[in-house]
Write a protein that binds this ligand. Structure first.
Ligand code: HH2
Length: 287
């Protein structure tokens, strides 16, 4: 296998982003920056490129190792946007942020991935797990995430025989294909919330160490997702609203990091960097 855990684990990626290898090793923290009107958590807040840059730099100051810029929401039922519109949203923000921090682009469109890499992104965060040829031809990193169907339909009664085994074999097969196809930095992500029930999300977290054991560095995104709201209902029995999901986000990010995830994708960067630092201190991060 060309990129076992460690090759692109915390030390190397931090050094690549300008970090000092003298700092304690810890899992990486990827900050979420959605330049969309409709993302489930930060939709509409950063559509103005200046506001997006400000938020990106704020996350850098909070310790983000990467900033993940997205121009199309993938929340359940989200409407697709055109390639031109998605480029119009993400390219100026990536150009402005890339001198300050490593930037990934969250897209499923090859044209957007190409434009983003041209603007300075060095990782393609791909929830469709199909874009590795773009990463191979530009020599950038790639994330293969698992999703059942499309964002429009993925929450319509997702069914698996064995969710953890099926997700693992899917992402590992895609990762091997990309690695053999020349992508030097391949990450895998179980796709929490993408075509999964609450129980299936918990099962994926429970079995995360088995995905880690496959040898590709693992990225996990639980931040503020709806299963956390449903697991922590409010006094009137409804799910906790997005702004009240920090505790669950931190608990699950910490769980993932202790299980060996090398990176977590989050909205609450400062708090998660603290948690990642604590996890790093325990020595649980794969060497
Ligand atoms: N989750 C979201 C989007 N992109 N990428 C990876 N690799 N892993 C994830 O878990 C993941 C992802 C959904 O969150 P968000 O970007 O905050 O919302 P939206 O899709 O509504 O823009």
């Amino acid at each position: 296998m060309k990129n076992p855990v460690g090759d692109f684990g915390p030390d190397r990626a931090r050094a690549g982003a300008g970090g000092s290898t003298l700092r304690p090793m810890r899992p990486l923290v990827m900050g979420v920056l959605n330049v969309t009107p409709d993302s489930f958590s930060d939709g509409g807040r950063y559509l103005d490129p200046e506001k997006a840059l400000e938020r990106g730099l704020e996350m850098v100051a909070e310790g983000a190792d990467l900033v993940d810029v997205g121009g199309e929401s993938s929340r359940p039922g989200a409407e697709p946007v055109s390639e031109a519109e998605e480029c119009r949203r993400v390219v100026p923000v990536i150009e402005a942020l890339a001198p300050h921090v490593r930037v990934s682009v969250d897209t499923v469109k090859p044209g957007v991935a190409e434009a983003a890499v041209g603007a300075g992104a060095t990782m393609v965060n791909d929830i469709s797990a199909t874009l590795w040829p773009v990463a191979a031809s530009h020599g950038v990193g790639w994330v293969a995430m698992h999703m059942l169907g499309t964002p429009r339909t993925m929450q319509e009664g997702p069914r698996y025989e064995d969710v953890a085994a099926e997700v693992r074999s899917f992402v590992v097969a895609r990762a091997r294909e990309a690695s053999d196809g020349g992508v030097g930095e391949v990450w895998v992500d179980p796709g929490i919330g993408f075509g999964k029930t609450v129980g299936q999300n918990l099962s994926l977290l429970h079995h995360l160490s088995e995905l880690v054991a496959e040898g590709f560095p693992v990225l996990v995104g639980t931040s503020r997702k709806s299963f956390l709201g449903r697991l922590a209902p409010t006094a009137n029995g409804g799910p906790a609203p997005v702004e009240d999901r920090l505790a669950g986000s931190l608990a699950t990010a910490t769980w993932a990091m202790l299980a060996g995830a090398a990176m977590v994708r989050v909205h609450d960067v400062a708090a998660t960097v603290q948690a990642a630092t604590l996890v790093g201190q325990t020595g649980s991060v794969p060497a």
